[in-house]
Ligand binder design. Structure first.
Ligand code: UDP
Length: 458
């Protein structure tokens, strides 16, 4: 037992919230830890474990705990509120059992790196005298807004038209995350995002999937109050710095990507001609919005790949499915391979934080079509701060019309404003790469984190 214990710097349990956009960055961060001699056990919930397409990562073990819904996870629960109550009750017990069983098998954990959505994991870590690191899978900007709500520095319901939050540009009320500007409409998610801060003062580190230049003001501000380390952007090394040996898989997919058909379809399209459309793993469009988007894509005359998950398929206009010649509709795709393909022209995105960071790192121009949660704030930053895309503006019924979609596509794919956006994209891409590369701040911050782990675990 003693011999094995000494073969690694420390043993970290890495616990993401069970959603694709949370597992992806925490898995990529885990690979960077392994490279530096840390043993990592990725902890998923049982239902995810059953559907994961990849359970064999080089040097990363995978264990599962119960969230109370071993068959189906969130989808099997009556509502998010019910799921959350159950998971928050069952999770601490099943995580405790895992900590016990690892210790009993001579493989004790030293540190729990937990998704900040799951603050109870820090309480479990502290009960056992383990180190605890919160991991933010959303931007520092969004988290600073939520922190202000938690601290009651930002009053709800919103009563002002403009907000000045430290480190952030001036925001209109409509630029704040939907849980605030549509206060009361998502009580379960509101509780999750605001309560991330309930016990954060007990965390030994706060890790954020971002890079300093992208959110400089807010990172500087948060550094004054938290032991913050910016360790992003957490993309597979093969798409960014290419330094991780053997980084061949690009993660876990909870859906089945039809990779071969997708890349083959892209291969014979002209350079920079294809619009890639995806709203991530959770968001759903209304039927009216789906129809407007469908005709907007067709009217643009461009090639497109549109990810429409099975649960959304029924909303597609029937004639559109039958007649569209220029488009490929898939239930899931290998997004990073699509974003790096030379036929790609732009990405029409819901602005989830991972999709946003992936586009930033790969220099892909964006059409921002946010639907809810932090996507609203990310879209504002994409258009006005980073200047890497245009926002598709909705009408008074909250629908982005087909003419707007067509116009945004033209604007990006054609010269003029599109060129300015592409040039900005190259600037951010280089900054992101330098940040992650050897000697960059992400690299240094991860090295410091591992050194501190080593120091505190001996
Ligand atoms: N993704 C993918 N294939 C798809 C759509 C999305 O691999 O067809 C990946 C994408 O690369 C990203 C994640 O799923 O890493 C979605 O995370 P994001 O934060 O953008 O959105 P969420 O799903 O959390 O709303």
């Amino acid at each position: 037992m003693e011999k094995e214990r000494k073969s690694y710097v420390a043993h970290c349990l890495v616990l993401p919230y069970p959603a694709q956009g949370h597992i992806n960055p925490m898995l990529q961060f885990s690979k960077r830890l392994v490279q530096r001699g840390v043993k990592v056990t990725l902890v998923t919930v049982v239902s995810n474990w059953k559907t994961m397409n990849n359970k064999n990562f080089t040097s990363i073990e995978v264990e599962s705990i119960s969230d109370g819904y071993d068959d189906g996870g969130l989808a099997a629960a009556e509502s998010l509120e019910v799921y959350k109550d159950t998971f928050w009750r069952v999770g601490p017990q099943t995580l405790t059992e895992l900590v016990h069983s690892l210790a009993a098998s001579g493989n004790p954990a030293n540190c729990v790196i937990y998704d900040a959505f799951l603050p109870w994991a820090l309480d479990v870590a502290k009960k056992f005298g383990l180190l605890g690191a919160a991991f933010f899978t959303q931007s520092c900007s969004t988290n600073n807004i939520y922190r202000h709500v938690y601290k009651k520095l930002l009053e709800l319901p919103l009563s002002q038209t403009e907000y000045f939050i430290p480190g952030l540009p001036k925001l209109a009320a409509g630029d704040l995350p939907s849980f605030l500007n549509k206060y009361g409409s998502y009580p379960g998610y509101f509780d999750i995002v605001v309560n991330q801060f309930a016990n954060i003062d007990k965390a030994d580190w706060v890790l954020a999937n971002t890079f300093d230049e992208l959110e400089q003001g807010v990172v500087d501000w948060l550094l004054k109050i938290w032991p913050l380390k910016t360790i992003g952007p957490c993309l597979p090394s093969m798409f960014l710095d290419k330094r991780l040996q053997g980084d061949k898989d690009y993660g876990v997919s909870m859906y089945n990507p039809n990779s071969e058909a997708c890349i083959k379809w892209l291969d014979d399209k002209p350079k920079k001609s294809v619009v890639y459309v995806s709203f991530g793993s959770m968001a759903g469009l209304s039927e009216e919005q789906t129809e407007e988007l469908a005709w907007g894509l067709r009217d643009s005359g461009s090639y497109f790949i549109w990810v429409v998950r099975d649960s959304e398929k029924g909303k597609l206009p029937k004639e559109f499915v039958d007649t569209s010649e220029k488009g490929l509709i898939l239930t899931w795709c290998p997004q990073l391979l699509v974003l790096t393909h030379e036929a790609l022209g732009c990405f029409l995105t819901h602005c989830g934080w991972n999709s946003t960071l992936e586009a930033v790192c790969l220099g892909v121009p964006l059409i921002a079509m946010p639907l809810w949660t932090d996507q609203i704030t990310n879209a504002k930053l994409i258009e006005d701060e980073w200047k890497i895309g245009v926002k598709a503006v909705a009408d008074e019924k909250d629908i982005v019309r087909r003419q707007t979609i067509k116009q945004c596509i033209r604007e990006i794919l054609e010269n003029g404003k599109g060129n300015e956006i592409k040039n900005n994209g190259i600037k951010w891409k280089n900054l992101a790469k330098n940040y992650v590369d050897e000697g960059g701040n992400s690299d240094k911050n991860i090295a410091e984190f591992v050194a501190a782990l080593a120091h505190r675990c001996t």
